[in-house]
Design a protein around this ligand. Structure first.
Ligand SMILES: Cc1ncc(COP(=O)(O)O)c(C=O)c1O
Length: 465
């Protein structure tokens, strides 16, 4: 039966109509979007089921994708019904409509972090909150060493590896203490107190990382954008990396100033590249192999506050300074699979749901395309305003995630924010250290949210010139 499955039939599959197992497989190309329930392979969408055991659930795919699914058909749908379904609006449109309805009861949240999360992820968590998958308890109540939570953390790691294509020789750690704790954990793990670590300072977070590292090694700023109020990123030719430096630290996306690396610097022979990706983690593909270490607090793009992801090359683990607190020692966390002490279970669970959602949207290439489109909408509106709105950041390094802009006076900015808030668009105030306006448009911000903001910008300008 499964081998004879037709494309028309596939369009009709809904969780209530079909259940999937791994006993028979078909390959097909769907011209329209569709959903089905079953097990998704750990290798992600668009690729074959490499392993029979994937994550169970309901998944959706956009049209044009080639898929191989292994399934058993539970119920056949008559041709007339199939025809009707094929004529129905495409799934993405439906999803968009649903999301718009969803936003009827929720604000459009432009916060820099903790920030907006995907509505479907929050609903999924809500549906599982009271009784997680038949376990009779919530994630918050179960042992972190029990088989249920182990399956959660292992799946979260597998999905993150899948998303970022993390090489085998890298460890993924789920830690606590925020990205700020990594400002000290990194020099403590990678350097002796005599080693030099270089810093490119493109904003407040890079500066904080440098100041903290100085306590544990010889920190050196090799470039700073402070004089230009952190509006640019240096070219390779402007960099003079210290010979023998243990690592070069960058902040991949400065959340406050809206400055984002598009190409990463080369470090020279043995110097490692270390990046704080807190505010653009999983917003686009990254070649992890270029880095010695990547770290990110979850609360912007991938989950709630409480968990920090560290991706570190395995050969760098195990050389921590003797005084390193046990909770900062990567070796301890690596040996214990991030379960040395009680981990932030609920935050890890939520990250896992977000990773699954990103995979079901087509992975980070697809996410990047959406992010570019959203950011272009906003930057185009700023640039087309003939100076009414100004973005201080050099065009080639403007952030896809955090869009800062200013207006003629602080009073006008306050009025803009007040009026936006009255229309359900909140958290647009720039960071207290720089003022102005900042729209954070992370992965979970729907395009419709950015369009609403752009409409407000145009209407506001029309009323004030
Ligand atoms: C780029 C960047 N790095 C580090 C931090 C500090 O993160 P945490 O509050 O998780 O310590 C932030 C927080 O906003 C950030 O945006």
């Amino acid at each position: 039966m499964a081998g004879a499955i037709s494309q028309q039939y596939m369009l009709l599959l809904r969780p209530s109509q079909a259940s999937f197992a791994s006993d028979s497989c078909i390959e097909f190309r769907s011209s329209s979007s569709f959903c089905f329930s079953g097990q998704r392979s750990v290798s992600g969408w668009g690729s074959y089921f490499r392993r029979p055991v994937g994550r169970s659930g309901t998944f959706c795919r956009s049209g044009g994708s080639v898929m191989r699914v292994c399934c058993t058909i539970a119920k056949e749908v008559p041709p007339a019904a199939a025809h009707k379904a094929a004529a129905a609006p495409q799934f993405e449109e439906q999803q968009q409509q649903e999301q718009e309805q969803e936003y009827g009861s929720r604000v459009i949240n432009f916060a820099a972090g903790p920030a907006i999360l995907p509505a479907n992820v929050i609903k999924k968590a809500q549906s599982e909150l009271y009784n997680w998958r038949g376990s009779g308890m919530s994630i918050m109540e179960m042992s972190h060493r029990g088989k249920e939570f182990l399956s959660v953390i292992q799946q979260a790691e597998a999905d993150l590896r899948d998303l970022l294509k993390i090489p085998e020789n890298y460890e993924v750690l789920f830690l606590q203490g925020g990205a700020t704790t990594q400002f000290s954990a990194i020099p403590l793990n990678l350097c002796t107190s005599d080693d030099t670590a270089d810093f490119i300072v493109t904003g407040s977070w890079g500066d904080k990382a440098f100041k903290e590292a100085q306590k544990y090694c010889k920190g050196k700023v090799v470039w700073t954008g402070k004089a230009e109020k952190y509006s640019s990123i240096p070219n390779q030719s402007e960099l003079n990396v210290t010979v023998g430096a243990k690592y070069l630290h960058i902040c991949a996306n400065e959340t406050i100033h809206g400055v984002e690396y598009k190409d990463y610097p080369s470090t020279g022979n043995d110097t490692l590249l270390v990046a704080d990706m807190s505010s653009n983690f999983c917003s686009k593909p990254v070649d992890v192999s270029k880095f010695g270490l990547i770290y990110a607090g979850a609360q912007k793009n991938i989950g709630p506050a409480g968990v920090t992801i560290v991706i570190v090359r395995k050969d760098l683990i195990g050389k921590a300074q003797p005084s390193t607190p046990i909770m900062m020692d990567y070796k301890i966390h690596s040996e214990n699979r991030s379960l040395y002490n009680t981990p932030p279970c609920f935050a890890i669970y939520m990250c896992g749901l977000v990773f699954g959602d990103l995979l079901s949207q087509g992975g980070l290439e697809a996410i990047e395309r959406k992010n570019v489109e959203k950011a272009e909408l906003l930057y185009d509106a700023i640039d087309a305003s003939e100076g009414f709105y100004k973005c201080p950041v050099e065009k080639n390094v403007r952030s896809l995630m955090n869009v800062p802009f200013t207006m003629a006076t602080p009073e006008m900015e306050a009025q803009f924010i007040k009026e936006a808030s009255a229309q359900g668009m909140v958290q647009l105030k720039g960071h207290r250290s720089v003022g102005g306006i900042r729209a954070s448009i992370y992965n979970a911000m729907p395009r419709a949210g950015v369009e609403r903001l752009v409409a407000h910008m145009k209407a506001f300008q029309a009323r004030h010139i």
